[in-house]
Design a binder for this molecule. Structure first.
Ligand code: URA
Length: 168
């Protein structure tokens, strides 16, 4: 089981899809290739990985890393919802359409969800591209960085000088 990692008092929770093989082995979310990119994105924002909270919709790895089925999301719903209720973060950043759909209950494509804030309970929710998608589609990194800057601005934070454009 890959539950979650980070600071339970975090102002922002990064909410991904499901553990992959590396996460399954290590019991920690986002430690593989997508995790390396997420770390760079966090660093570009001026966050240390330990100061945010990182978790997934699914707590177990789907066989062969396939996209989670509706049944699997439904099985994990009570766990991720309670987890988010307890964390009660001011901000949730959904990474990819599986997390966005599971949290917001919408079938809208990510391209239409990103770039603005949504609400879940008392949290402001921003949706952006999943790091694994960004590894396959590096041209979308520019949009993801715009989303993260929107998040930072709303949190009253500024990205560190010179960061944010070299998250390759
Ligand atoms: N992708 C995810 O969505 N979560 C992880 O933990 C790793 C890769």
């Amino acid at each position: 089981t890959v539950f979650g990692v980070g600071n339970p008092e975090a102002r922002v929770v990064f909410f991904g899809e499901a553990p992959g093989a590396d996460e399954d082995r290590q019991g920690e979310p986002f430690v593989g290739r997508a995790g390396q990119l997420l770390n760079k994105m966090l660093e570009a924002c001026g966050f240390r990985r330990e100061e945010v909270y990182i978790m997934n919709v699914l707590k177990c790895r789907p066989p062969g890393n396939r996209t989670p089925s509706a049944d699997e999301v439904a099985n994990c719903r009570s766990f991720f919802q309670r987890q988010l209720e307890i964390l009660s973060p001011p901000y949730i950043c959904c990474l990819g359409s599986v997390a966005a759909a599971a949290l917001l209950g919408t079938a809208m494509p990510l391209g239409r969800l990103r770039g603005r804030f949504h609400t879940w309970r008392s949290s402001k929710v921003l949706c952006t591209y999943h790091p694994a998608y960004l590894l396959r589609n590096p041209e979308a990194k520019r949009d993801a960085w715009e989303d993260l800057k929107l998040l930072l601005r709303d949190m009253g934070l500024q990205p560190p000088q010179g960061k944010g454009r070299g998250t390759s």
